[in-house]
Design a protein around this ligand. Structure first.
Ligand code: FAD
Length: 820
């Protein structure tokens, strides 16, 4: 075995094989792939996955990665005369009216994300495709003709052969036992067959990931969960197909958390319909010949009872045909938010991770990590898979176990976009929590914080058409949301924004550092608030935040709670070797309140001794002030609601006092407490973009309509050269605002946008604009359609709703209210 190599990949399952193939295609060939098991049936999850690939996904990234994966597997060479891919199509059935609706929604996702050819089927059409299925047991189905089955071992073998021919080495029977890490960098890997000096490692160790991570001090938060799979005895009805791998479409019965696939004259039955059975990764057995694979535990028949009954109902001829000798509890990974864990650790440089990836996404995710390692950034936005997105509490064993188990339970559930996790809750409480409870707050969870979505106390009905909301859109919503929105526009709202992530960037080089990584000009007078993006080298928006100059070499950065860890990791990684810059996390020590609305000044004036007039405290400036005896309070005159007002930051311990004083002062001004539901609608009316939805690394600031926050003339900054090229080339698409023509209609986001008979975009953000009396959607339209008055349609549960491109922002286009 080699003892020196640039890159060591740990794990030769489907993910390791895909990653190394793509790395070698990008010219990175000084690579050694090691696995504790034999190549390429290593004993990991890939060795026994039945390989069903259903591409439809509510996540655009995952849906597109699955599409690429299918393309890749489809063109792989045969192994021992057998292909790695069988494109037999995929069918998801519905046995409830709610699931029928969900299938329409899923077809919408497919259309939004470019997955073509999908169809809704009648029960009879479904039974034609899968003759063993009882059409009387279902109400309908959804077909994706390009879904299918991958043989993961063959796919891994074919990918590895290609990588080998590109010059990469593989070694089976080598177990990693530790790492050599010095000065925060990986320098080598220790194995049971000696040490390997290297510059970086890539962990593709599947369910062993947490164990490997711990060897390097890097948490890899995934729960290992047992999942049941059983094959039937040969079925006489399938005798004609004996010897053929698969001819019938793969099948999912999500109402009962099950899936099925044919193989020759047998069927496989996969079962999630049982209480999650967690397994401690520390208890994983070493690979040993002749024993069951280490990723397999003994079958527990008591967990299969419901599955057996459900199988009988759906596929009657499978009744009693289960072959117990084939039944396993196989193991794979479930992360706290179900996303994969991908990227370089922010804590240990050179420690790369590609974990919690299914066979379905193995091809695509392997390509992404390879691009990231070889070229510095992946070509798709991977924020939702970012290995550094987790707050420390999210990597603790109890959290990982609880969330992993819940993800297993919900794997096929119909999940509303605003559905909240039931457990664990109350992890972070803002100092306003008690007051909010008194006002009947409906709490949602945001980055661990309990954050009001609306307050029952505000449910004042006005007879607005939007109060009639019904069905899907009315879930996790309340008319109080609209009332709070309108009260903010009319008087003032008090918003708990403590969940925002806050950082202080300090040090002699902090200004030059920030000016280098931000697209806007940071070198401004002390007290200036700057809205800016941080760009990737290719000009994509990596972070979206405000930077406020507190002193010559001291800056306050505020970003969303959901992007906090992601942005922190990015900023830390940008600090040069000799740059004297320190980033201090202030998120947990500072409360944050938004005081916004035309009466905000009157409220603040009543409790502070500082001049808050327009001259004394202009828009986009910041300074310290007092709120009664709460001092210091750092106040930034900026508003995500698009109104006059301030963000107020102070010590958590004094937060309740600040709330009480503002509340008291606001009584005469019509101040209301406002939740995050109204916040989202206010921001969309004002045209403020949301990170992760409108803006991410696949979009540059110009096409996102954020050119005003880019200073091409300020000198060099990261992404500038790419922006120059982009400006020269021009854009094919641009972010556009549309309103639904029917003032009572509402959509939720991710829906396809049609122009004539073509899907031209998808909805990046949607909310009801209570002030403009219309639902608002945003999406990247082809430039020629992005003109005011163009008629388009938004598909919602299979229906097309008329919409019109509108000028933006819809609210206060000149910004007069902000500057009032
Ligand atoms: P693995 O295939 O587990 O590879 C990890 C490798 O790391 C192993 O080979 C292991 O030996 C090696 N390794 C670990 N520790 C060390 C060490 N210390 N030193 C050296 N090597 C080490 N996905 C789908 O998309 N569709 C399905 O239908 C599907 N069905 C499934 C059914 C079952 C029963 C199971 C268990 C999983 C299923 N999955 C399915 C999930 C899928 O199988 C996995 O997500 C995927 O195979 C993970 O691939 P991997 O390469 O990350 O992990």
């Amino acid at each position: 075995m080699r003892d020196r190599v640039q890159t060591v990949i740990i794990g030769a399952g489907i993910v390791g094989a895909s990653a190394v193939y793509h790395l070698s295609q990008l010219g990175v060939t000084d690579v050694l792939v090691i696995d504790q098991g034999p190549l390429f049936e290593t004993g990991g999850s890939s060795s026994h996955a039945p390989g069903l690939v259903f591409q439809t996904n509510g996540s655009r990234t995952m849906c597109r990665l699955a599409q690429y994966t299918v393309e890749l597997y489809r063109e792989l060479e045969e192994i021992d005369g057998q292909p790695a891919w069988y494109g037999v199509g995929g069918i998801e059935v519905a046995t409830t009216p709610e699931r029928i609706q969900e299938l329409k929604r899923r077809q919408g996702f497919a259309r939004s994300y470019g997955l073509e050819g999908t169809a809704l089927l009648t029960p009879e059409e479904t039974a034609e495709a899968i003759p063993l299925l009882d059409p009387g047991a279902i109400l309908g189905a959804y077909l994706v003709p390009t879904d299918g089955v991958a043989n993961a071992v063959r796919a891994a073998t074919a990918l590895a052969r290609r990588a080998e021919s590109n010059g990469v080495d593989f070694e089976g029977g080598v177990t990693v036992t530790g790492f050599d890490i010095r000065d925060g960098r990986v320098r080598g890997v220790r194995t049971d067959r000696g040490s390997i000096e290297c510059e970086r490692v890539l962990v593709c160790a599947g369910i062993w990931g947490p164990r490997i991570g711990r060897m390097a001090g890097v948490p890899i938060p995934l729960a290992v969960v047992q999942h049941q799979l059983m094959w039937t005895h040969p079925l006489p009805q399938l005798a004609a197909d004996a010897g053929r791998e698969i001819v019938q479409p793969i099948l999912r019965h999500q109402d009962l958390s099950m899936y099925f696939r044919q193989k020759g004259d047998r069927y496989a039955i996969g079962n999630y319909r049982h209480e999650p059975i967690l397994f401690d990764p520390d208890d994983l057995r070493p690979y040993s010949d002749g024993e069951p694979m280490p990723s397999i535990e003994p079958f527990t028949p008591e967990h299969f009872v419901v599955a057996e009954q459900a199988t009988e109902a759906l596929l009657p001829s499978l009744a009693g045909t289960g072959d117990a000798s084939t039944a396993i509890n196989g193991m794979f990974s479930f992360t706290p938010d179900m996303g994969s864990v991908v990227g370089e650790s922010a804590a240990v440089r050179g420690f790369w991770i590609c974990e919690a990836v299914w066979v379905t996404h193995g091809g695509g995710m392997g390509r992404m990590i390879a691009e990231w390692m070889a070229e510095g950034e992946p070509s798709m936005d991977l924020a939702e898979a970012d290995a550094n997105r987790f707050y420390p509490f999210m990597t603790t064993p109890p959290y990982v176990r609880e969330r992993g188990a819940q993800q297993y339970r919900e794997v096929y559930d119909i999940i509303h976009p605003l559905q909240q996790m039931a457990r664990p809750r109350n992890i972070k409480l803002s100092p306003f929590h008690a007051r909010q409870g008194e006002l009947g707050a409906e709490f949602f969870s945001a980055a661990g914080w309990e954050r009001p979505q609306w307050y029952e106390a505000n449910r004042v009905l006005t007879g607005g058409v939007w109060e009639e909301r019904r069905g899907w859109a009315a879930r996790n919503w309340d008319p109080a949301v609209g009332a709070e929105h309108l009260a903010t526009r009319a008087a003032a709202g008090l918003f708990d924004i403590t969940a925002f992530a806050k950082f202080d960037v300090t040090g002699p080089d902090s200004l030059s550092y920030l000016d280098r990584i931000c697209a806007n000009r940071i070198d401004r007078p002390v007290g200036a608030v700057v809205y800016t993006a941080m760009l990737t080298p290719s000009g994509g928006i990596r972070c979206d935040l405000t930077v406020t100059r507190k002193d010559d070499d001291r800056f306050r950065i505020v970003t969303g709670g959901g992007s906090g860890q992601h942005d922190l990791a990015w900023m830390r990684a940008q600090i040069g070797d000799r740059e004297r810059v320190t980033i201090t996390v202030r998120s947990g020590s500072l409360f944050a309140l938004g005081l916004w609305g035309p009466r905000a000044r009157d409220v603040l004036k009543a409790v502070t001794d500082v001049d808050v007039s327009n001259d004394g405290f202009p828009y986009l400036t910041a300074r310290y002030l007092n709120v009664g005896e709460v001092d210091p309070v750092w106040a930034q005159r900026i508003s995500y609601a698009g109104e006059l007002g301030w963000e107020l930051y102070g010590q958590i311990a004094m937060g309740q006092r600040a709330w009480d004083l503002l509340w008291e002062a606001g009584r005469e001004q019509g101040l209301v407490a406002v939740g995050a539901g109204a916040f989202d609608s206010l921001r969309l009316e004002k045209g403020y973009r949301l990170w992760g939805q409108e803006i991410h690394t696949e979009h540059d600031p110009f096409e996102a309509g954020l050119g005003f926050a880019v200073r091409m003339d300020k000198g060099g900054f990261q992404g500038r050269a790419a922006l120059e090229r982009i400006l020269e080339r021009g854009h094919s698409h641009t972010l556009a605002c549309m309103t639904l023509d029917d003032p009572a209609a509402v959509v939720m986001g991710k829906e396809p946008i049609w122009s004539g008979d073509e899907v031209v975009a998808y909805v990046t953000s949607a909310a009801y604009g209570y002030s403009v009396g219309r639902a608002i959607v945003y999406g990247y339209l082809p430039v020629d359609l992005a003109t005011e008055g163009t008629a388009v349609e938004v598909e919602y549960f299979g229906e097309r709703l008329a919409a019109t491109v509108a000028p933006e922002p819809l609210w206060d286009p000149k910004g007069e209210r902000l500057r009032a």
